[in-house]
Write a protein that binds this ligand. Structure first.
Ligand SMILES: C[S@@+](CC[C@H](N)C(=O)[O-])C[C@H]1O[C@@H](n2cnc3c(N)ncnc32)[C@H](O)[C@@H]1O
Length: 478
């Protein structure tokens, strides 16, 4: 089999013996490293044109996602095998070495094959010059792994759990320390649960579908999936959710028509909780989604809260970014009482006190969806919080101004980091005597282990959802 022309590669055409799976995985790592690309967008495109068997695709996926998730650990392991700091290694060579180290550490590929195939990859993509270096580094890594039995704590000299539990968990679960600290804090310092939550970031998430209310019944969606040969079962909490065991949801006619869509069950619960929370006083018939793009929650809210009949009203979905506003419009296509407005949620062109319900699904670090974005844990930094938290607070304040007395605001993030969840909500609510915090767990009575309240914090290892955070606030004085 001849190797594909690797875009962005240097030097000679890859010789025929370069393994195609490894080459594609390397291209994903390069795209992430070089262009800041998202692996979950790059990899499917590369695989679609690859002609690889499903087994080889699975191997490519494991290598690319696994090496990205484990990047901090792999760099630590490589550091033990070279006098040159890993960050000084030529990036194309470094990415190949990461793939090699990943195979040695986390797969059943025999050490000799892992080293030899990585050396071939380096030769094909960077020429002959770094080949001896790559070979020597990987042989040393293989020797270190064999000496230590692959025990990361020993291999990387992790602190003992009893002396520095956060530092220990950072090494053995392959997360940066600041994320471990945040998860531990969100877990109320329960370190067993912290470990379990971090381990779940390495699991592949199941695909969840939403059967949009008024568009398709969930049972019909499940039957459709069965006819298409996909194994699907009802969601655990949302009456609109179906969980797929695998397969491509784009094969389902309801998904093609927009009557159903891919949506994590945790996201569905946020919309359901807002819709289920009663307002006080007569409704004005308006729900606002202040941060709507790409429109998943807006579409569910439209199905739950708009239309004819009692409680029927209108939905306005705001989104500042043009491309994302277009996605919201696509999600809301067919909804007759829903409109998309392009604009900043902090200055929505709507009268104060004009909405019964407002959703702030705030832009956030996304630390609750690390399962989906393998590179994210190493790309995100604590500095991101400094930019995000003032925006999150300002959006929540704007939502509280927009909602009428007696109305309800839902504040959600796809992150469990206390700085952008509980701290934002408590700080804003603390300055608003007209606002009370509701017990969000009451809006989701079927969700077990939702936390000590009044917030709801979902976790992949407990609920099988993204780690969504939800707060519900009511404006007093109806
Ligand atoms: C977490 S996403 C929302 C996801 C969406 N609710 C859904 O379920 O599909 C946050 C969105 O907020 C948007 N955003 C960023 N800054 C904003 C602002 N100042 N006002 C309103 N939306 C903003 C982002 O572009 C992004 O689309």
């Amino acid at each position: 089999m001849s190797a594909p022309g690797a875009s962005g590669t240097r030097g000679a055409r890859p010789p025929a013996r370069v393994d195609r799976s490894r080459l594609l995985a390397w291209e994903v790592l390069r795209a992430v490293d070089e262009r800041g690309a998202y692996a979950n967008l790059v990899l499917p495109r590369l695989l679609a044109d690859s002609g690889l068997t499903s087994r080889d695709r699975a191997f490519t996926t494991e290598l690319a996602y696994g090496a990205l998730r484990a990047q901090g650990t792999l760099d630590g392991v490589l550091d033990t095998a070279t006098s040159r700091p890993v960050h000084d290694i030529d990036p194309p060579v470094r990415d190949a070495l990461r793939l090699g180290a990943y195979q040695l550490l986390r797969t059943r590929v025999p050490a000799r094959a892992a080293v030899a195939s990585t050396v071939d990859l380096v030769r094909a993509t960077s020429g002959e010059r770094p080949v001896r270096f790559a070979n020597a580094v990987l042989r040393r890594v293989a020797a270190r792994i064999s000496e230590t039995g692959g025990d990361l704590a020993v291999l990387l000299g992790a602190p003992r759990f009893t002396a520095d539990p956060i530092g220990h968990l950072a090494v053995v679960t392959t997360h940066p320390r600041w994320i471990v600290e945040a998860v531990a804090e969100a877990m109320g310092d329960d370190l067993d649960q912290t470990r379990a939550a971090l381990a779940a970031d390495d699991e592949r998430p199941a695909v969840h579908l939403v059967a949009r209310p008024g568009r398709v019944e969930r049972d019909d969606l499940l039957a459709e999936a069965a006819r298409a040969g996909l194994t699907a079962r009802p969601g655990r909490y949302s009456p609109y959710a179906a969980r797929l065991e695998g397969g491509d949801p784009a094969r389902l006619p309801s998904v093609v028509e927009g009557a159903a869509a891919v949506q994590d069950e945790g996201s569905q619960l946020v919309a359901l909780a807002l819709a289920a929370t009663p307002t006080v006083g007569p409704d004005l018939g308006l729900t606002v989604d202040l941060c709507a793009g790409p429109g998943g929650k807006a579409a569910l809210l439209a199905g739950l809260l708009t239309g004819p009949g009692p409680g029927g009203g209108r939905l306005i979905a705001l989104e500042p970014r043009m491309a994302r506003a277009a996605l919201v419009a696509r999600s809301l296509a067919g909804e007759r009482a829903a409109w998309v407005v392009r604009g900043d949620g902090r200055a929505a062109p709507l009268a104060p006190g004009s909405a019964d319900r407002v959703l702030v699904d705030a832009p956030c670090t996304g630390l609750g969806a690390l399962r989906r974005r393998p590179e994210s844990r190493w790309r995100r930094t604590p500095g991101d919080l400094a930019a995000l938290t003032p925006l999150q607070s300002a959006l929540l304040v704007a939502a509280l101004d927009l909602v009428r007395p007696g109305g309800v605001v839902a504040y959600a993030t796809c992150s469990p980091h206390p700085a952008e969840t509980t701290e934002v909500v408590r700080q804003v609510a603390g300055q608003r005597p007209d606002v009370s915090l509701l017990d969000a767990r009451r809006a989701l009575p079927d969700v077990d282990e939702a936390g000590p309240g009044p917030f709801v914090q979902l976790w992949p290892h407990r609920h099988g959802t993204d780690a969504m955070f939800l707060a519900l606030l009511r404006r007093a004085g109806a």
